[in-house]
Ligand binder design. Structure first.
Ligand SMILES: [Fe+2]
Length: 294
């Protein structure tokens, strides 16, 4: 018997009484409704093999392997290993991934619908994921601001516009030259209607948005920064704390999220799968990121 409980006043729902390894279609339909309703869906203390985790993800959408291919799971490239562990002096996974507000794959023409994290190893302290409700943030904007930003289109490329210093832990995970060459320059509306619910939300005003089509750089950055400050105000935020085996699924069309830094010597490992929108594309405006600022 599945039951649901809110994770906070603003967003998030926890599903109880579920074994994700043996989920039938009727139970998944209930989960998916809760996911779209709550934006963040959590199912605690699961035991999943890689193929079971991938099978679960496929029910939410088509998986898209991450560009950082050196940390793909050996059993399935759709799983990205997030970990601060090292073996023989070399990292076994991606550490410090996404420690700034962003939404996944907003730098791709077909952005992410959902990201699934499966908590393998929990640090003794910290490691929460922060979520910010972009539907509520949009709803609260003054009508004049809505009218101003509704038609605007942002220019995206891989990266964190607030930190481009590769030597820091809050930069976007550093790409090889080959990986960077595969990254396009794309556009997405600043205000997007949710592909399923139709609710309008601010979209990726923090993270990979570096400019606005037809707007001078300084003006565009100021507007994006103003919107990002509003969109990540604590009144829109919720922090999820992981236990071992927890599975969290979040809606990239209606949220910003941020990882939080943990002690590099405090072991932590998660598996991640990101699934694309089944059909929804921004425009590719250049075949790849040129490396220049806009
Ligand atoms: Fe992320």
């Amino acid at each position: 018997m599945i039951s649901f409980a809110p994770l906070s006043d603003g967003l998030g729902v926890e599903a109880r009484g579920i074994d994700l390894a043996t989920l039938d279609d009727a139970a998944f339909a209930e989960l998916e409704c809760a996911f779209f309703r709550g934006h963040v869906l959590a199912i605690r203390a699961q035991t999943l093999a890689p193929r079971e985790f991938v099978a679960l993800a496929r029910r939410f959408g088509p998986p898209e392997p991450h560009v950082i291919d050196q940390f793909h799971h050996p059993d399935d490239p759709n799983i990205l290993i997030l970990s601060n562990r090292r073996r023989d002096g070399r990292p076994v996974g991606l550490a410090d991934a996404g420690t700034y507000f962003h939404t996944d794959y907003s730098y791709l023409p077909v952005p992410a619908r959902a990201t699934l994290l499966y908590s393998i190893e929990v640090p003794s302290r910290g490691g929460d994921t922060l979520f910010a409700n972009q539907v509520a943030a949009y709803d609260d904007l003054p009508d004049a601001t809505k009218r101003r930003i509704d038609p605007l289109v942002a220019i995206h490329h891989y990266g964190n516009r607030n930190n481009l210093d590769d030597a820091t832990r809050t930069v976007a995970s550093v790409l090889s030259a080959d990986q960077e060459a595969r990254m396009p320059l794309v556009t997405h509306p600043i205000v997007r209607a949710h592909p399923v619910t139709g609710r309008k939300a601010l979209y990726a005003v923090s993270g990979s948005s570096f400019g606005i089509v037809g707007m001078p750089d300084g003006e565009a950055r100021a507007l994006l920064d103003e919107l990002a400050a509003h969109a990540t105000h604590p009144r829109y935020c919720y922090a999820f704390t992981y236990g071992p085996g927890d599975v969290v699924v979040w809606d990239n069309a209606s949220l910003l999220h941020s990882a939080t830094l943990t002690d590099p010597d405090d072991p932590r490992t998660l598996w991640r799968i990101t699934v694309k929108e089944p059909a929804l594309a921004g425009a590719v405006i250049a075949p790849r990121f040129s490396g220049t600022t806009m």
